[in-house]
Design a protein around this ligand. Structure first.
Ligand code: HEM
Length: 182
């Protein structure tokens, strides 16, 4: 499979970004939902929060690179005979997911940076990730981060349902274009 995407198939780099970011987001949604409800006294809370933040910041970097890569590579088109309403839904979902993979981690980073008692973010316990300037109230950013994460919890299954619709209902090449063996 070539590194760059073509009009027929996504390339290795686009597939690497897609599947790695997808996996990290699923892991981080589960981690976020789990640790956000733990009591402050839980001995694992600190470690789970640091892993969640480190994974999220990795997603932010990967997502920015992914958007750049997307801008300089062709995108395989959807099948010409697909109903235009479904094409529109697919494109809107994909666009929103691109936005979410950047602004969910960004909102998390802004949130921890705005905390009244800022805890350093030791990136995978290797070095301290810097904080951003405070742009809004911490509580507002907590709500924003949760709202954006919940938007992904709704949109990701919709996106997966779309991929399965192509594979098993229409039996076209859309899912195969994003699979290394497709
Ligand atoms: C892939 C990116 C990310 C995803 C999918 C994600 C998802 C989530 C989810 C689902 C929650 C639970 C929300 C709720 O209470 O309903 C959460 C909470 C949290 N996230 Fe993230 N997050 C991401 C990135 C980040 C980043 C980059 C940071 C900070 C650098 C961060 C810091 C936090 C913190 C501190 C909480 C707990 C908030 C609280 O309830 O006090 N997250 N996240």
């Amino acid at each position: 499979m070539p590194w760059r995407s073509t009009a027929e198939h996504y390339g290795n780099v686009a597939m690497f970004f897609h599947w790695l970011i997808a996996a990290l987001i699923v892991v981080n949604i589960c981690l976020g939902l789990y640790f956000a409800d733990l009591p402050k006294s839980d001995p694992y809370l600190y470690y789970l929060a640091q892993i969640h933040k480190s994974i999220g910041l990795t997603v932010l970097v990967l997502s920015l690179l992914r958007v750049l890569w997307r801008l300089v590579n062709p995108v395989p088109p959807l099948p010409a005979d697909m109903p235009s309403a479904l094409k529109f839904l697919a494109r809107v979902t994909q666009f929103l997911l691109y936005v979410l993979i950047v602004i969910i981690p960004l909102s998390g980073w802004l949130m921890v940076s705005a905390s009244r008692h800022p805890v350093p973010t030791p990136y995978f316990f290797l070095f301290d990730w810097p904080n951003l300037p405070k742009v809004a109230d911490h509580e507002l950013l907590v709500d924003t981060h949760a709202f954006l994460a919940w938007s992904a919890i709704v949109l990701v299954p919709l996106h997966v349902a779309g991929a399965l619709y192509h594979r098993y209902w229409r039996r076209d090449q859309v899912l195969a274009q994003m699979l290394p063996w497709g």
